[in-house]
Design a protein around this ligand. Structure first.
Ligand code: NAP
Length: 527
């Protein structure tokens, strides 16, 4: 990594004037500046590195928290746990933080750790290609071309909106937009509005807009389980106490962490435990809705936990409002001024909000990352679905690490914990490269295979597989390639250090020979 000497100021300046054939070299190129990319950048800075570049298509840091600005957007993981461990925030206003506060937090953290200077905003990676000759990644962007020793994929699973393939939707004459691309120029006041979807986004949007629209149709394909949201404002006294005695906030965070971790028992080991939660969710329906017909419509026919458990105190009361209809007949087509359901009913609308989720296992980014032999990540993963070693590295893609890749998602706790675990792994990998003079590392295929076989074996008995639902956790092959099926502290332990013995490595001095000499691992030396 010592070869990469481009200063951050010259990196940014040079990239603006570079021609297609010129490349500015950086040690580490990080794609994305959400919690993952920003956290990685901060760690590199703390590790004393300055030779990194964060490439970000948005105009500022924040990722999903920058992009999801819909009314009612808020986190469903408690605030004290949903922050970096090194930067607790005593100023959260509520126990579940609203989106603007999280975005302001990330903005503030980026400023505090001086990360913006290393970011290239409004810049999209169009191609990242492994170059065997130079043992570098060649990264083409809309704002200059770069080479990098190491590529970090920090793009997140919830970045690319998935639009529904509904007949005629392109012919709709009114406003139509995805929940993650909210059009703030459009006023919904007094309009007839439709929401397609009843996932985590929709159940926040509905109650936030129902009282201002003249009529709201909610199109539900599958009823979700919705638990009460135990949300409250923090008192001034609490904030002062957390500021003056940070240990108190850390203790609160610990308590939340272990409380959440206990859910894993039900999700991944003993699904029967979740029946108690299902009873609570049923009581939530009974509390919010009086009409037996509507109660029936909103009661899921699959086990709680199979899809993400949603939390809301306002969803069911909203569905019971006079100006709201829950439509469950299935959409047949969209006409210029209406949505038509399969039973032939025509419902006129002025605006459609598409809250249909994201391309989780088929992100378009995978088509732009080209590894050994010219194969894209999308091609490699097409056959068996996305898989990586410890969610971080993929055979055939040397010197590339994900910060939260396949099978690192959570249904119960804070993704920031998983992100920080992977950042430890990244930091350790870079240190190993320096310490041993490595030019390349590439995970051994057999290690990746056995890791994933074990993981998928266990997945078969989890609620996500046995719970009787179809969810975005599963890929086209029916495999759960998104969630981590165990305790998060197990993941933390597993990613504590870069396990060089699981990788093929080449020494920097051998680069002239195109890295043909492998650096022996400890086992190989002793053998
Ligand atoms: P989602 O959970 O994938 O929900 C998408 C919804 O759209 C589902 O109800 C789905 O129905 C429906 N749908 C999809 N395609 C459809 C079609 N062609 N026709 C009709 N309905 C269709 O997406 P999301 O609500 O945006 O949430 C995604 C994830 O983001 C969450 O699981 C969560 O991890 C995260 N998130 C978190 C928060 C938070 O922290 N508060 C908030 C929002 C999102 P089916 O169930 O039948 O597929």
């Amino acid at each position: 990594m010592t070869r990469a000497t481009t200063s951050r100021r010259s990196t940014t300046r040079a990239s603006k004037s570079t021609t297609a054939d010129e490349r500015t070299h950086v040690g580490v190129a990080i794609i994305g500046s959400g919690f993952a990319g920003l956290g990685a950048a901060i760690r590199l800075r703390k590790d004393g590195r300055d030779d990194f570049l964060v490439i970000e298509r948005g105009s500022e840091v924040g990722g999903t928290w920058r992009d999801n600005t819909y009314p009612g957007a808020a986190c469903d993981v408690p605030s004290h746990l949903y922050s970096y461990s090194f930067e607790l925030n005593p100023n959260w206003s509520r126990s579940f933080s609203p989106q603007p506060e999280i975005q302001a937090y990330l903005r503030g953290v980026a400023e505090k750790y001086d990360v913006n200077a290393n970011c290239l905003f409004d810049t999209e990676v169009t191609l990242a290609q492994w170059d065997e000759a130079s043992s570098q990644w060649l990264v083409d962007t809309t704002n200059g071309n770069f080479s990098a020793d190491v590529l970090v994929g920090a793009v997140g699973a919830l970045a690319e909106p998935a639009l529904p393939d509904i007949k005629g939707i392109e012919s709709f004459a009114g406003e139509v937009f995805h929940s993650a691309r909210w059009n703030h120029d459009v006023s919904l006041e007094g309009k007839r509005v439709a929401i397609i979807g009843t996932g985590a986004s929709a159940i926040q949007i509905g109650p936030a807009i129902a009282s201002q629209v003249s009529h709201l149709d909610v199109y539900q394909r599958t009823a979700p389980w919705v638990m009460p949201r135990r949300d409250r404002e923090y008192t001034k006294l609490e904030s002062i106490a957390y500021k003056r005695v940070p240990y108190l906030q850390r203790a609160a965070r610990e308590a939340i962490y272990w409380g959440r971790e206990s859910f894993v028992l039900g999700f991944a080991f003993q699904p029967k435990i979740l029946l108690a939660a299902q009873r609570m969710a049923k009581a939530n329906i009974a509390k919010g809705i009086k009409d037996p017909e509507l109660r029936k419509k909103v009661t899921p026919n699959w086990q709680i936990g199979c899809k993400r458990i949603l939390i809301s105190n306002t969803w069911y009361p909203m569905l019971a409002q006079d100006n709201v209809d829950l439509v469950t007949d299935g959409i047949a087509e969209v006409r210029p001024n209406a949505i038509v359901t399969k039973d032939g009913t025509v419902r006129e609308v002025d605006a459609i909000i598409v809250a249909t989720g994201f391309h989780v296992t088929d992100s378009p980014t995978y088509e732009r990352i080209v590894g050994v032999g010219g194969r894209t990540l999308a091609e490699v993963w097409q056959e068996k679905g996305q898989q990586a070693y410890k969610g971080a590295s993929v055979a055939g893609f040397p010197n590339m690490l994900f910060v939260v890749g396949p099978n690192t998602g959570l249904g119960h706790s804070s993704m920031v914990y998983m992100i920080e675990s992977h950042i430890n792994y990244l930091s350790s990998a870079l240190q190993e490269m320096d310490k041993h003079g490595l030019a390349t590392f590439e995970v051994r295929e057999d290690r990746q295979r056995s890791f994933n076989e074990k993981l998928q074996d266990h997945m078969d008995s989890t609620i996500w597989t046995t719970g009787g639902c179809a969810s975005w956790y599963l890929d086209a092959h029916g495999n759960n390639t998104t969630l981590w099926p165990s305790f998060t502290f197990v993941f933390r332990q597993m990613t504590r250090r870069f396990d060089r013995e699981a990788y093929r490595t080449t020494a920097r001095s051998d680069q002239a020979e195109r890295g043909l000499t492998l650096v022996p691992t400890k086992e190989e030396v002793s053998a």
